[in-house]
Design a protein around this ligand. Structure first.
Ligand code: OAD
Length: 269
C-alpha cells in the first residue's frame, strides 16, 4: 500500500523520538464510528444546532428538551464501536511510557478501545450530576425511562455531567491537560475543529513550549498554519499507518521503544 500523503520519514522520526507524547482528540476521531460531529452537516438534531442545546440557559428553559437530545445521543453512541483510529491511539498508550490522552469527546469510546485514563475535558455522557447537591453518578439506563431524570437521593433535577458552552472545564481535568501540553515533546491533534477554547489552545501551548505538533483531520483548521504538519485525511486511515510506522521505527532502532530517545529538536515549517 502507498504511504499516506504527508507521513514523511522526518515526521515519523520526530514522533518516535518524543519522550512525552500527547494525543488530543475531538469529535472527528469518533465520526468513523458513526457518532455525528458537532459542526458537520450531520450535527443537527430536530433542527437544533448543538450550540443551541449545550448551554445552561437551554437547560433552564427546557430541561426535558435538552435531556431528549442527550437521550438521542446516548442511544446513538450506545451501539457504536471504537474505530481503527481509537485502536491506533490505544496502541500508542501500550507502547509509550510518557503517553497522555486528552479528549473533548464525551462518548467514552477511547476507554472502550483500551485507553486507561483519558483526560475528559468536556465530561462524559454516561454520567449525570445532581443540580442541587452536585453528586455525580453513572447513568447507563438507555433509553432513559424518565425525561428529565431526577436525583434518586434528593429528587432534584439531574443534568448530564458534561461541560456546556460558557461553563468552566472541570479544573482537575484542565490542569492535567495543561500540564501535559506544557511538558510534551510531541502532540498529535486528531479530528478537532480547534474552535472551542480552552481545548483549542492546548496545541498552541504545546507548540509554544517547543513540542512538535501534528494534526490529523479531513480538513485544514485554524491551527493548521501555526503547527508543524497537517495530515489531511480520515483519522481511521491515517492513524493506523502512522502509529505502525512510529512503533516499527522505535522497535527497529534498538533504542528500546518510543519515548526513550533524547528530546528532539523542534523545527518550524
Ligand atoms: P467539531 O465537530 O467542531 O469538529 C470535528 C472535526 O473533525 C472537524 O475539524 C472535521 O473536519 C474533523 N473530522 C470529521 N471527520 C473526520 C475524520 N473521519 N477524520 C479526521 N477528522 C475528521 O468537533 P470538536 O472539535 O470535537 O464541546 O468540537 C469541540 C467541542 O465543541 C466539543 O467537544 C463540544 C462542541 O461544542 C462541548 O460540548 C463543550
Amino acid at each position: 500500500m502507498e504511504p499516506a500523503a504527508g507521513i514523511t520519514e522526518r515526521l515519523v522520526e520526530r514522533l518516535r523520538r518524543a519522550r512525552r507524547l500527547v494525543v488530543l482528540t475531538g469529535a472527528g476521531v469518533s465520526s468513523e464510528s458513526g457518532v455525528p460531529t458537532f459542526r458537520g452537516k450531520d450535527g443537527l438534531w430536530e433542527s437544533y444546532r448543538a450550540e443551541e442545546l449545550a448551554t445552561g440557559q437551554a437547560f433552564e428553559a427546557d430541561p426535558a428538551l435538552v435531556w431528549r437530545w442527550y437521550d438521542y445521543r446516548r442511544r446513538l453512541i450506545a451501539d457504536v464501536e471504537p474505530n481503527p483510529a481509537h485502536h491506533a491511539i490505544a496502541r500508542l498508550e501500550s507502547a509509550i511510557e510518557g503517553f497522555s490522552l486528552i479528549t473533548q469527546n464525551v462518548d467514552g469510546l477511547h476507554h472502550q478501545a483500551g485507553n486507561s485514563a483519558p483526560v475528559e475535558l468536556h465530561g462524559n455522557i454516561w454520567r449525570a450530576r445532581c443540580t442541587r447537591e452536585g453528586l455525580v453518578k453513572e447513568l447507563r439506563e438507555n433509553p432513559l425511562r424518565e425525561i428529565p431524570p431526577h436525583c434518586p437521593k434528593c429528587g432534584a433535577l439531574l443534568r448530564p455531567d458534561v461541560v456546556w458552552y460558557g461553563e468552566p472545564l472541570p479544573s482537575h481535568a484542565y490542569e492535567q491537560a495543561d500540564a501535559a501540553a506544557r511538558s510534551c515533546d510531541a502532540m498529535l491533534v486528531v479530528g478537532t475543529s480547534a474552535m472551542v477554547r480552552p481545548a483549542a489552545s492546548l496545541p498552541l501551548i504545546a507548540k509554544h513550549n517547543g513540542a512538535f505538533v501534528v494534526e490529523v483531520n479531513i480538513a485544514l483548521t485554524p491551527i493548521s498554519v501555526l503547527i508543524d504538519a497537517s495530515l489531511t485525511g480520515r483519522a481511521g486511515e491515517i492513524l493506523p499507518e502512522l502509529v505502525d510506522r512510529v512503533l516499527e521505527a522505535s522497535l527497529g532502532d534498538g533504542a528500546g521503544g518510543a519515548g526513550r530517545a533524547e528530546r528532539a529538536e523542534t523545527h518550524n515549517r
